[in-house]
Ligand binder design. Sequence first.
Ligand code: GDP
Length: 299
Amino acid sequence: FSKLTTGLSKSSSKLGASLTGAFNKRKLDDDALEELEDLLITSDMGARVAAKITSNLAKTRFDKDVTDQEIKEALAEEIEAIMAPREQVVDFSDGPTPRVVLFVGVNGSGKTTTIGKIASKLKEQGAKAVLVAGDTFRAAAIEQLTVWGERAGIPVMSKPTGADAAGLVYEAIEKAKADNLDLVLVDTAGRLQNKAELMSELAKIVRVARKLDPEAPHDVILVLDATVGQNALSQVEAFRHTAEVSGIVMTKLDGTAKGGVLVAIAEAHDLPIHFVGVGEKAEDLQPFSAAAFAKALVG
Ligand code: GDP
């Protein structure tokens, strides 16, 4: 998990670095608690979660002498307790055949990359998949998915830009049934600036998929970019309004992201967190672990 640790805590603007040296041999009085709460807010956790964690720490330690290490361990425990219920590793190669998985999220959040990473893993496991370039609005998205498919040796179904995404998804599920494929991984358009259009587009994909399989889509994975900070929280709300989101992947935790927003999401939403993205390569997708994440965050 070193990439996660490096990404989340090593640079000077991150929570882990800010905590180091801040509470050594200090009394955990009101001043110290306020400082701690501010650090948590600065890490993108949001005011409510920061207050909750700080007051939990104060319950047993108020006015007591503490050390950095003790504060970090206590924080990690609190964060892990919030996130543990959301830890749910998913095995896409299991379940119904074909399992239809939709990936939703705003443009640039990392949908295509995440599909590529998951597809590469599934290929290694021997699962037979088809990738569907359902973001028919952007030529770059179609090209990028094609590159991932070629690299992993997985077929990609696409249509020229402007084509009907729902029709493409229908053809892909039909093909998957005919060819006995295990998985249909669908990229979708993410134009959140036009919510009504986005909603009707996703609804249409779902409606059309259900003509071939009443249970489809079996998963609706919301991909979130950690570098947008607290905005990720409003994206969860927006997408839960437009689609039946079943789980979350958070990307770009290797870069400038502070990462605290995933704690806020875990606290506010009863949604499993499946994976975290820590880079642009196929191997840079890790199953989400509450303990590892909490530890990486506090450094
Ligand atoms: P989409 O528009 O949602 O399909 O997003 P893309 O998959 O095209 O990703 C947008 C950019 O983010 C690309 O340059 C990706 O290489 C990059 N990216 C995606 N996931 C990660 C990640 O976990 N870490 C880093 N550093 N970059 C990522």
